[in-house]
Design a binder for this molecule. Structure first.
Ligand SMILES: *Cc1c(COP(=O)(O)O)cnc(C)c1O
Length: 434
């Protein structure tokens, strides 16, 4: 499409947008706010707000303990199956539970102990730091300790982190390919990487890993609800993901995990809790794993949050991932165009892939004063992006509620911050949450 930088053009894109009406399904208290951080915390759907009230008043308040027999106990698998519809997973493979980090710990440890003779974990330097910390923790846990003689199995685990072919935008796929060898137990990557927004070819990487006998674990936190995902079709082994970003589940809403049917009976969870026990209400004194993916549950889930998140999925399920992706591509293409035409002359560069086929639903714009510009946008311009070291201002576009006019206004306000040098009065000293 041939883009124009006029406001008229943005309004025209909105008038042709088949998803335009979804914006009304979200709570918008400040019409002037340009919210470009749906990739960190999605806006609140009205369906979730109404449901949260109902859960508190009618279920928790009235049903009390009876709630467990009225849909609470099955919620992890029921809601998991709904998320499954968005990620190409047939029933019985997705469960809602815990946090992304904890789910990574459970599934990565299960993958490693499944093939104990293989000692290599392959990931990349683009991964979310928590994912890398969890892998380092597992490496520490499973490798022999110099103080305690033999640890789990023999030999040290190694974590290989692939770098970039450019300035932090594109992973080195050739290096990734050659790092996956016969000694590799696990390849684990973020499907869409959190800084540059690079989107991996899931099918290709999964095949590559399988050819060398490794299992693959995808972190879908930045792709679920933004990019169509076909876990079953790609024959992916394992996946985890977040529900408070593009799925709009609310702050701290529980995460999900996926275990392919083909390996469910082969894998064992490293955390044996009663929600993963075969017959939890027998209260037997010895652990017996539940069948299927269920054994990867641990303990009681945050029901208020989980059930509100279930209702939050409604707009996404109705819209469908193909329509969402089509608008997302148009929005990131448009934002890249505005970056080139308005911001490049002001010292910015695009920190994301230019080809939408390898890009998720956010872009990074880079500037040496990025942190202070981000502060000025939030404090003075009623624009909310976020900042990621060293120089990335991330702009997230949520197809269900971000409008093209909003994107135009966001870029217009960035231009004002630069032209009026409004950022210069802010210190480089960072706030706790950026
Ligand atoms: C947001 C995000 C997480 C969040 O992890 P929690 O443990 O749920 O806080 C993890 N990994 C990636 C790639 C993310 O984008």
């Amino acid at each position: 499409m041939k883009f124009s930088s006029s406001l008229d053009f943005a309004q025209q894109l909105d008038s042709q947008d088949p998803l335009a009406s979804y914006r009304e399904q979200f709570v918008i208290t400040d019409p002037d706010l340009i919210y470009l951080d749906g990739n960190s915390l999605g806006r609140m759907p009205k369906s979730a707000a109404e449901r949260a009230k109902q859960i508190v008043d009618e279920e928790w308040g009235h049903d009390l303990i009876r709630g467990w027999n009225k849909g609470w106990w099955e919620a992890p698998s029921r809601v998991g199956d709904k998320i499954g519809q968005l990620i190409g997973a047939a029933q019985g493979q997705v469960l809602v539970s815990d946090t992304v980090s904890i789910n990574l710990f459970k599934l990565a440890t299960a993958a490693l102990t499944f093939q104990p003779n293989k000692k290599r974990i392959v990931t990349d330097a683009f991964n979310f730091p928590s994912d890398l910390y969890i892998l380092q923790g597992i490496q520490h846990l499973l490798s022999p300790s110099p103080f305690q003689g033999e640890g789990w199995g023999e030999g040290q685990y190694e974590v290989i982190r692939i770098g970039a072919i450019d300035d932090g935008i594109t992973p080195n796929i050739a290096a990734l390919e050659s790092a996956i060898n016969e000694n590799t137990a696990l390849v684990t990557l973020s499907h869409v990487v959190f800084k540059s927004g690079y989107l991996y070819d899931m099918q290709h990487i999964t095949e590559l890993a399988h050819n060398r006998g490794a299992l693959v674990l995808w972190d879908l936190s930045h792709s679920v609800g933004a990019v169509p995902i076909k876990l079953d079709k790609c024959n992916a082994d394992l996946a985890i993901g977040c529900t408070y970003k593009y799925l709009n589940g609310g702050p701290g809403a529980p995460a999900f995990l996926y275990v392919n049917k083909a390996i469910q009976e082969k894998l064992s969870s490293p955390i044996w809790g009663w929600w993963g026990q075969k017959n939890p209400f027998d209260f037997g004194l010895d652990y017996e794993p539940a069948a299927g993916a269920q054994k990867f549950l641990v303990g009681t889930q945050p029901m208020i949050s989980l059930l509100a998140m279930e209702a939050a999925l409604e707009p996404t399920l109705r819209a469908g991932m193909d329509a969402i992706r089509a608008k997302s591509i148009l929005m990131t293409d448009y934002a890249s165009f505005l970056t080139d035409s308005w911001l490049a002359p002001l010292g910015f560069s695009l920190g994301s892939p230019r080809d939408s086929a390898t890009r998720g639903s956010h872009i990074s714009i880079r500037h040496t004063d990025g942190y202070r510009i981000n502060r000025a946008l939030i404090e003075e311009m009623n624009v909310i992006p976020d900042f990621r070291e060293p120089d990335n201002i991330r702009l997230g576009f949520a197809p269900l509620y971000t409008s093209f006019t909003e994107i135009w206004q966001g870029f217009d306000r960035i231009k004002h911050v630069m032209e009026e040098k409004r950022y210069e009065k802010y210190p480089n000293q960072k706030l706790m949450v950026t």
